[in-house]
Ligand binder design. Structure first.
Ligand code: TYM
Length: 341
């Protein structure tokens, strides 16, 4: 019976993902990533982590780090991540990640790293700190994923390029040293990866940018209502069949995520009939966001207050992640040829 259970477990496909502790989580993190974690933990062998090492590439000051790590843990758990089902851990607690990162740096080329969109963005944002960790950020992310030989990586649209790079590194490694790693793919339950737009019609919801146009899981009901009611609209279409501006399309995208099915279709019909009242639409969107965020926010506060529980989660998660990491690294060292006796 026990052997049968072990076999069943090992046959499950492996899933891995992570979130940086660089601020409060928002609806983008929820719908791009966490919603899938919660569903995947029922069917797969899952490894989810707080990417504290990655945060050092942009946030060298660590005064807020502990609070931010605790918050990411609590916000994930309050959103439904179950540390009993998935391994939920801190990246820096698994030293094997850093070793694998080093080996993978030998199959990552300067040219491709310099061309990465996120590297170019961050280099522009922090010209005085264009460090090598920033350049090799996708290499560390690949190490996180393939340390568990994961195949599926639930992430939002913004991570697509990093996954493409991960497959390149994996293929080069396998070509050089033998078939050690499966190719990892960005995953979402529906066909498209998710990009949750911000409320101001430009860009996406973010932990550190667009804060007044981002809905955080920690926002009060009042903050949510204010942010939604301030979202950019106009006088509405004047002729049937008008093209929908992007800032309006974004409101529909958000509504499709948080409102009951059919609600956004009704407003879309009103748009097409030129009878839409954006004030009513925003009131409905705000009410549904409040209904969605409120219960998560309340659970977060209770979890954050229990530091002993958070410590247990991290220890238990690291234990599970280490077992998988150790086995992978034994295979990796052997494949590279680092065995001299
Ligand atoms: P991070 O911390 O920026 O974001 C965490 C997750 O949230 C998703 N996300 C979004 N999805 C849709 N719409 C948005 N507006 C939005 N904003 C954020 C991200 O796509 C991500 O899934 N590099 C990663 C962290 C990482 C990682 C990993 C991920 C480190 N190692 C290994 C997967 C596997 C990052 O910066 O995520």
């Amino acid at each position: 019976m026990l052997i049968f259970a072990a076999l069943m477990y090992s046959e499950k496909a492996i899933v891995m993902s992570g979130i940086r502790p660089t601020g409060f989580l928002h609806l983008g993190n929820y719908f791009g990533a966490i919603r899938n974690y919660v569903r995947m933990q029922e069917a797969y062998e899952c490894y989810f982590m707080v990417a504290d090492l990655h945060s050092l590439t942009t946030h060298p000051d660590t005064k807020e780090l502990k609070a931010n790590v605790h918050r990411v843990l609590a916000e994930n758990i309050a959103s439904g991540l179950d540390p009993e089902k998935a391994a939920f851990y801190c990246q820096s607690h698994i030293y094997e990640t850093s070793e694998l990162y080093l080996y993978l740096n030998m199959v990552a080329y300067l040219g491709e790293l310099e061309k990465t969109t996120t590297f170019k963005e961050k280099a522009r944002q922090q010209p005085d700190n264009v460090n090598a960790g920033l350049l090799t950020y996708p290499v560390l992310q690949t190490a996180d994923i393939i340390l568990h030989r994961a195949k599926y990586v639930p992430v939002g649209k913004d991570q697509e390029q990093h996954l493409e790079m991960a497959r390149n590194f994996v293929n080069r490694f396998n070509h050089r040293y033998g078939e050690v790693f499966p190719e990892p793919y960005a995953f979402n339950y529906s066909a498209e990866l998710v990009k949750v737009p911000s409320l101001d019609g430009t860009g996406k919801m973010s932990k550190s940018e667009n804060q007044s146009a981002t809905i955080y899981l920690a926002d009060s009901d009042d903050q949510i209502r204010k942010k939604v009611m301030k979202a950019k609209t106009d006088e509405g279409p004047k002729t049937p069949g008008s093209i929908m501006p992007e800032y309006i399309r974004n409101l529909f995208t958000l509504m499709a995520l948080v409102s009951e099915p059919g609600v956004s279709a009704q407003f879309e019909a009103d748009f097409n009939a030129c009878t839409i009242r954006y004030g009513d639409m925003k009131k409905k969107l705000a009410a549904d966001m409040v209904r969605f965020v409120g219960p998560i926010r309340e659970k977060v506060e209770a979890i954050l207050a229990d530091e002993t529980y958070l410590k247990q989660v991290m220890e238990r998660g690291a234990e599970k992640a280490r077992a998988s990491a150790r086995e992978t690294m034994r295979i990796v060292r052997e494949a590279i040829g680092l065995h001299y006796y």
